[in-house]
Structure formats: C-alpha cells, structure tokens
Design a protein around this ligand. Structure first.
Ligand code: DSN
Length: 388
C-alpha cells in the first residue's frame, strides 16, 4: 500500500485486534479468502439491477458472482428456490430491515418490535430510528424479572393493536426464540412475520439454534456476526401469491439503493460456503458452549446474568446490581484489554448512554480458538477487574 498514513492505521488496528480479548457479541474475524474478495477488482464494477437484468453492460461475470451468493444462501439454510427468494444486495442490516418495511408496510403502518431496553434493535421501529418515524412502533418487552418473552402477553398485544408486521429476533436476547409461537401470534392478528436473525444466523446454519424459516414470511440477516462474513446483509423472502419477493427486489433497486457492492457479495458467497463445512459446524457448537461457560462462571462469582444464562452466543450481565454501572464496567474492562459493550437490561431504570449492564459474546474469541477453560479464566479476569 502506497498511502503510508492509512497503512499505518490499518497495521495499528490489526495489532489492536490481536492484542485484546474481544467479547463484542456482534463481531467476528473473517477468513483470508473473504478479505481477498473484499479487496478485489469486483469493487470497480457498477451492477445496478439483478443477475441477467442489469442497467449497465459488462456484467456477465458479476452476474455469476451474485448468483453464486444467492444459490449458496438458499443452500446453507436448506431452502428450495421454488419456495424462497434471496436478495443479497442490502448494504447492511439496517437498510435491509428498512427495505422490508418500505416494501410491505404502508406509510404510517405499524411495526410490532421489541423495545431497545429489552434487546430489540433500533430498526425494529424504535422512535429514534427512521423506522419509528415513517412507521409507528407497537413496542413489546421481556418480563423484567425473568428476562424472558411471555408469548401469551405478546399475543394479547398483537390482537389488540393489529400491527402490519411483527418482528422477532433480537440483538440482546440470550435465549432461544419460539418462532412457532410467533407464527401463531402473527396469524391471530393478521400480521406479516419477519425474523431478524442477524445475531444467530450462524447458529441456525450450524444447527445449534432453531430455524425461523418454517414459520417466517421474511427473514433478514447481516452476514458479519456469527456467520463470519463481510459487512453486508441478505433478505430471504417466502415466495407465494403475495409476491413479497418482487416487492422487496423493487424496493432495494430502484427504490433505495444504487449499485450493489459486488466485492462484498463475493465475500458473502465465500463465507456462506465456509459455513457449510463440518469445521464451521464444530465452531458454532463451541461458540454456544463457550457462552454457557462464561455465563456459568460469572454467575458462580456472584454476577447477575439476565435470564440465568444463555442458549446462544451472547449473555447480558446486570453489573449495576453489584454497584457497577454499565459504562464504567465497559471502560474498566477496556483498560484491562477486554472489549465489551455497555447494554441496557430488562426493566432498566438507567439510560441507554449509561445503562445497567454489559453484553458479552463469544463468536470472535471462539474463532481465535478459545474453549470453555479459557472462558472460565476470562470470567475470573472480568470479576477481578470489576471488583477493583
Ligand atoms: N450493532 C449490532 C449489534 O451489536 O448488535 C446491531 O446493529
């Protein structure tokens, strides 16, 4: 690289990434092949449109790249192209979710989504997000005591409020989500069911978390979390007489986006193929074992783990119940070389800029080869740092 200033910063960041313990639940380390695709000449090409239907010439090879990503996305999640459609062009998770609502929910319509403080994402209709300005959120929460979803309550809310779409799948809910129950709730209230599986897509692919596909109308996912690909997103759409697939394709381009980032799409295709391997299946199993080990040891050391543990790659710790605010906990840990994010906990009385807890996740450190015994040591280090 000739630009020595940027080169130096990249080297510094590479060193930082190597030198810390990374417990950010939504981060991971991509393979060399994925990095190579990201830095390839595919970035030079404009490809507005879809394979076989582009506005620009010169796309015969690009078409093959994008089609390969689409085919692999369907194959990884065991979907038939007769039943499901995959759009691999969304630039990230937020634009993917925005595109789904733009296509399927009339302006001013209602999105039933989980509150941020309970583990929902900004784009699940939070008032501060554009998804809460163009549409109205019907918020739901987890039980403040147990940290769990109460499906009966959700059903009552949905039947009373009649949202256009219900969003299941969260950024800080450590437990398994019952998608069948969400389907029943959507049917009882006449809503579309969307699952945002950004966090746990890799766990679904590896068979250690239930698949939302038998129940959802639309499934969105980022590709850079447990899936371990580049920063990008995929929208999966059930094909039926409602033709949501056509509506969503049209919303992505020409509705919201211009030229797709085909270098990223190539990186996604590589990550999807990597996720089909036995090595990856072993990896996601270990991710969950590691999260359970981390949660178990932190509980044993006297920390309040929300819902008492985890079924996935992430856990939430209420540090404030031991007198440590979330921001202070995150800052102290960073100084000690452990990177986490501060996070609200269910029923949080503190604000999102200094909440009551922290969120921890194991995908990144598991990629680096960590096992349960390492997680126990990390938990002990966290305990020591936070009690100082
Ligand atoms: N920032 C992601 C996360 O950490 O969960 C969601 O957008």
């Amino acid at each position: 690289m000739k630009d020595s200033q940027i080169k130096k910063l990249i080297q510094q960041e590479a060193k930082r990434q190597k030198s810390v313990i990374n417990l950010i639940a939504s981060e991971n380390y991509v393979s060399k092949d994925v990095l190579e695709a990201l830095g390839s000449v595919l970035t030079n090409k404009y490809a507005e449109g879809y394979p076989g239907r582009r506005y620009y010439g010169g796309n015969t090879i690009i078409d093959k790249v994008e089609q390969m990503a689409i085919d692999r996305a369907l194959k990884l999640f065991k979907l038939k192209s007769a039943d499901w459609h995959a759009n691999v062009q969304p630039l990230s998770g937020s634009p993917a979710n925005f595109a789904v609502y733009s296509a399927l929910v009339p302006q001013g319509g209602r999105i039933m989504g989980m509150k941020l403080s309970s583990g929902g994402h900004l784009t699940h209709g939070q008032p501060v997000s554009m998804t809460g300005k163009f549409w109205k959120q019907v918020p739901y929460e987890v039980d403040a005591k147990t940290g769990l979803l109460i499906y009966e309550e959700l059903k009552k809310l949905a039947v009373a409020e009649k949202p256009n779409i219900i969003v299941a799948g969260f950024t800080a809910y450590p437990r398994i989500v019952d998608f069948k129950k969400f389907r029943e709730i959507a049917d009882a209230s006449g809503a579309i069911l969307m699952v945002d599986m950004s966090h746990f897509a890799g766990l679904v692919a590896g068979g250690v978390y239930p698949s939302p596909f038998p129940y959802a109308d639309v499934v969105t996912t980022t590709t850079h979390k447990t899936l371990r690909g580049p920063r990008q997103a995929i929208i999966f759409v059930r094909k039926d007489e409602r033709e949501f697939n056509k509506k969503i394709d049209k919303t992505i381009i020409p509705g919201l986006q211009g030229g797709p980032h085909e270098n990223n799409i190539a990186g996604v295709a590589i990550a999807l193929k990597e996720a089909m391997t036995p090595v990856y299946k072993k990896y996601v199993k270990q991710v969950v074992k590691n999260a359970k080990a981390l949660a178990g040891e932190l509980s044993r050391l006297g920390w309040k783990v929300i819902s008492g543990g985890t079924d996935s790659h992430l856990l939430l710790v209420d540090t404030w119940s031991n007198g440590v605010p979330g921001k202070e906990a995150s800052d102290k840990l960073e100084k000690a070389g452990i990177i986490v994010n501060m996070n609200t906990v269910p029923g949080d009385a503190r604000g999102p800029m200094d909440p009551s807890g922290i969120r921890l996740g194991t995908p990144a450190e598991t990629t680096r080869g960590k096992k349960e015994k390492d997680m126990i040591k990390i938990a002990q280090k966290i305990d020591k740092v936070l009690r100082k």
